[in-house]
Design a protein around this ligand. Structure first.
Ligand code: FEO
Length: 397
């Protein structure tokens, strides 16, 4: 038996909590888990909005049957084909062979490529209406938030936006499903990490989506991950707006790769001097200890980024390299940059950090600082200068 959780008289929440998976997309740590949210509209016609990850298929089918009995499902609306939401697609189609899959012109290519050939499909367009009886659904594509086929489904009757991944969050739904049932502090970090890790590359597309949906009256946002927003929509909308416009707080992220502490020592000097200059948000990370998921999240918070690497086999320290390549392919914009490093043989850390600087085209606040082994007074002074240059930039001096 399950509680039946409703968004409206005839709209049901059909979500599952995943506390087993360690890495979302097999990359991003989710210590607080994640929920996969699907929705069932029980009307003259019956429609599912997205499905769930495949580990939940059996329970999912049971919960559907508990609501609709032996009636068939008429439509499966595919807002997003990523397998965390399409994992039960094949099982649904097997159970309900006359079901019609609804997607846009990009959707069905993904359906085929993920190995499924549906018998019945209906292609929809922006502003297309699907009449279920009491509920009338409208569709809007929001490409690249965060896949090419992504769209949202809007219930005109109840003014509910089924938003797919947009406005989603990591973190399971531990009893509370709706925003007003939960202490939202729990989602403060997980919602931002979800955005920056998964959608962060597509800030411009997110902004386009927010503007496209601005004309629609929305009373509830039902995303595919995290809480359903019905009371405090601005909590999540304001945050997505801030993050996707690269709106920063005053602060600096310092990351280093260090084997024997020399590069770390330089990071500590830089951090202390930033503090002396009145910067309060300073986050220093060891690239070997902290996963890029968390570091990238803080890079989206603060405009200053200072990265240091020792030389490792004449190249970057590998964990720094992983972080920087992730930042590069995410195309993170608009930061002040400082670089420093250390070596004992021939170098390779700082020379490769310079390549990163060229690729990103972020504004270098000071010349690179590179020491050989233990820190001597001359390079100590240059570390202080680097910190001062960063503080000046952040304070607009
Ligand atoms: Fe939650 Fe992009 O799938």
């Amino acid at each position: 038996m399950h509680h039946q959780i409703k968004l409206a008289d005839n709209i049901y929440y059909l979500g599952f909590n995943d506390r087993r998976t360690h890495l979302f997309e097999n990359i991003w740590p989710i210590p607080n888990g994640v929920s996969y949210n699907s929705y069932l509209i029980h009307d003259d016609k019956i429609a599912l909005v997205d499905t769930v990850e495949r580990q939940f298929i059996e329970d999912y089918l049971e919960r559907i049957q508990a609501i609709i009995g032996d009636r068939p499902i008429d439509y499966l609306i595919i807002n997003h084909m990523e397998p965390d939401h399409s994992g039960a697609l094949r099982a649904i189609a097997a159970r309900y062979p006359n079901i019609t899959l609804i997607g846009n012109k990009k959707t069905f290519g993904f359906v085929e490529n993920l190995g499924f050939s549906p018998d019945h499909v209906l292609e929809v367009y922006d502003n297309s209406i699907l009449d279920l009886g009491k509920v009338k659904l409208q569709f809007q594509t929001i490409p690249m938030v965060h896949w090419p086929e992504t769209m949202v489904t809007y219930d005109e009757t109840h003014k509910i936006l089924f938003s797919g991944d947009a406005f989603g969050s990591y973190g399971t739904l531990d009893g509370g499903i709706f925003d007003d049932e939960i202490n939202l502090d729990f989602y403060e970090i997980d919602s931002m990490r979800y955005f920056t890790n998964i959608v962060g590359k597509y800030c411009a597309h997110t902004q386009r989506a927010i503007k496209k949906l601005a004309g629609i009256e929305i009373k509830m946002i039902a995303a595919t991950h995290g809480p359903i927003w019905r009371t405090n929509l601005s909590w999540i909308l304001d945050r997505y707006n801030k993050w996707s416009t690269y709106t920063f707080d005053e602060g600096v992220v310092i990351v280093y790769g260090s084997m024997y502490g020399h590069t770390q020592q330089m990071a500590e000097v830089i951090a202390r001097q930033l503090s002396e200059r009145g910067i309060k948000n300073i986050r220093v990370y060891d690239s070997s200890k902290t996963h890029p998921s968390y570091i990238i999240n803080d890079i989206f918070k603060y405009k200053g980024f200072i990265v240091g690497s020792c030389a490792y086999n004449n190249s970057l320290f590998p964990n720094v390299e992983i972080l920087l390549s992730t930042i590069e392919h995410m195309g993170v914009k608009d930061h002040y940059l400082g670089i420093f490093g250390n070596f004992l043989w021939n170098g390779g850390g700082v020379s490769n950090l310079k390549k990163f600087a060229e690729t990103m085209k972020w504004e270098m606040v000071y010349e690179p600082v590179e020491e050989k082994g233990a820190m001597k007074p001359e390079k100590y002074d240059l570390c202080i200068n680097l910190a001062n240059a960063m503080a000046d930039k952040l304070k607009g001096l």
